[in-house]
Design a protein. Sequence first.
Length: 283
Amino acid sequence: MTPAALFLAVFVAFPLFRLVADSFFKISPIAGGPRDFVGLDNYFRAFASEAFMGAGWRTLAYTLVVVTLEFALGLGMALLFTTLGRSSQIWRTVFMYPLMIAPIVAGLLWKFLMIDNFGLIGTLLHQAGILSNPNQIGWLSDPNIVLYSVAIPDIWLTTSFMCLVLFAGLQNIPGDLIEAARLDGARAPAMLFRIILPLLRPVIAVALVVRGIDAARAFDTILIQTNGGPQSASETMSLLIYRTMIRFGDPGLASAMGTLYLLAMLAVAFVAVSTIWRPGKDN
């Protein structure tokens, strides 16, 4: 217990305390520079910033798109693997391969696939007759769709994680219960929505919270693809905090943004667990 507590104190508790404490100060970016107490001024500046509010909404949209598609695809694959049984072992292994790729490598790979002028996706769609020319869709240059384009590598990378978690949960559902439902004439949709999903509520809650927090802090895949552009259309909260801290040299404001960001994620996680899992309310 002592090593674990020491680890948490050094690498979790202290940085968290420092983050919150710094949010009440105006701090010089120069080492040894002045550090002036400003109270809640950094929080007022954050809420008054259009960049902060815009990044918040973009982060929310990005997270909803990523987690929703990952859950739908992961659940479908988990149900398929469960139906196939042992014959799906090889396919499960292959399906897990993207999870082993570093996010920045995946972002770079998909950047080359979607980049203007010589992107492979545009070329293939053009050759298939779907697009009139390879550059008809600006995957990473159109502000209207770029946020969803940069979400593709994230979905490709971690759908396998969602599938793995849900597949493990499906193994804990008694087979006798499913067989009894089949004998009673229950159809597949009824079994899914009335038996399988209710029994998977704790697993679903954990999977959605873990992936939701991970997607909300997306940084490297977006940085390598668009660097938050064009016109800040793909700038999420993590990128904004990074730029405020490193590029604009305002650690106090960046800390305030990070604190608000942390509180928002904690609130969403609490609501998700209370709504989906509802611990203590099941008979």
